[in-house]
Design a protein around this ligand. Structure first.
Ligand SMILES: *Cc1c(COP(=O)(O)O)cnc(C)c1O
Length: 384
């Protein structure tokens, strides 16, 4: 970026923030002389997540993408299996299963929460269906009661892509604890981050041992270290999905500061909601909807403008004022790959229109009200 341009940007869309002991813990990881995977900080981080969420096993991974790949391996997804996925999501939600040869069956979203529309599930089921992958968009829970009941009836696995939803709840229960497995992301753009990272939450204890093997290059290294086997050898499919303990050190520091991080994000989110509400209703702009039985994570503040043209115009106006706002997912069923699986315009009408009209505002935990006022005042001067 040249100097002129960087000076003209006043408000970034996202900014990774160090909240607590990140640097101290990195130093300690070196002092421990263990900076590869599964060291002190990895174990402490996994334990913190297991205890806080009440999950039988948490395994840190190098990304949410890799946690999803592990889930697909653990479910023994085979060529021609079908996996029901929202079209309105990040490509990894789908790619992880397609890598095993599965066929994605794209499902539309609800117009209110932008989560997978559970009422459409019966239209998507076939004898080849194997799994459903709900994404808790913006950290607002999907209707997990309906989704789990449907999955039980047809014997489908549920893997929650909970990249946005760490510590969110649906009907009082933590997101990520409903499906047989769930995946987290600690990418720079997420609420809690170590740059690049993820986790697999395992709610079905029967797959824990195999998960450890898959994550350790297909070897029984974990059992060997626990003294449960006397040889360390190749026993299954696998890859290298363990993050360095340096990254886990950063993660532990961030997770220990989770209350403060979430409190700050909540403040930013609520300030947007409060100041933009009347402008939004006057101008037919849709703001995020959080059902009463959901506790959200304040991951994202989005607005849905009346049209693509007005979305683009507002984005441009914000940019002229040095404010970076961004759109979000392009419908996966209309992507180059999606079309190869038969995706056609009109398959997921809500996804298609929302994708054109959605705009996300800057939101990070150190965003000061003075800067937020600049964003809000620029929006209030705009009439779509
Ligand atoms: C960020 C994100 C991912 C991918 O996370 P990585 O850790 O970057 O692999 C997957 N799914 C959703 C919904 C995401 O937002």
């Amino acid at each position: 970026m040249d100097d002129k341009m960087s000076k003209s940007i006043k408000i970034d869309f996202n900014k990774p923030v160090m909240t607590g002991n990140e640097l101290d813990y990195i130093r300690k990881a070196f002092e421990n002389s263990h900076i590869s995977g599964d060291g002190f900080f990895s174990k402490a981080t996994q334990k913190l997540l297991e205890e806080q969420l009440g999950v039988p096993k948490v395994l840190l991974t190098t990304s949410c993408t890799h946690a999803l790949e592990m889930a697909a391996l653990l479910l023994d997804i085979k060529p021609d299996d079908e996996v029901i996925v929202p079209s309105f999501t990040f490509v990894s939600t789908v790619n992880a299963f397609v890598l095993r040869g599965a066929r994605p069956v794209f499902i539309d979203i609800r117009p209110d929460t932008l989560n997978l529309d559970e009422k459409l599930l019966p239209e998507k089921i076939t004898p080849k269906s194997r799994a459903i992958v709900p994404v808790h968009y913006a950290g607002v829970g999907c209707q997990m009661d309906a989704i789990i009941a449907f999955a039980k009836k047809y014997d489908l696995a549920v893997v929650e892509d909970n990249a946005h939803g760490l510590f969110g709840k649906f009907q009082g229960q933590y997101l990520g604890t409903f499906g047989c497995m769930a995946t987290q992301s600690f990418h720079e753009t997420k609420n809690i981050t170590c740059g690049e990272g993820g986790a697999l939450l395992i709610n079905n204890p029967q797959v824990i041992e195999r998960a450890e093997i898959i994550r350790e290059k297909g070897t029984n290294r974990s059992r060997f270290f626990r003294g449960m086997v006397d040889k360390y050898t190749w026993v299954d499919l696998g890859s290298s999905y363990l993050p360095s303990d340096i990254l886990a050190a950063v993660l532990l520091a961030q997770l220990e500061a989770r209350a403060e991080i979430q409190k700050n994000r909540k403040q930013v989110w609520e300030y947007y909601a409060q100041r933009l509400q009347s402008w939004a209703s006057k101008n037919q702009v849709q703001l995020p909807f959080v059902p009463e039985d959901c506790e959200q994570t304040y991951h994202m503040f989005y607005m849905i403008l009346p049209s693509l043209a007005t979305r683009q115009a507002l984005m441009e106006k914000l940019r002229e004022n040095g404010i970076i706002s961004v759109f979000h997912y392009l419908p996966l069923h209309l992507s180059e790959m999606g079309k190869k699986f038969g995706g056609q315009a009109g398959d997921c009408p809500v996804t298609e229109t929302v994708s054109d009209r959605l705009l996300r505002l800057p939101l990070y935990n150190s965003l000061k009200p003075e800067l937020q006022d600049l964003v809000i005042d620029t929006i209030l001067q705009f009439s779509p």
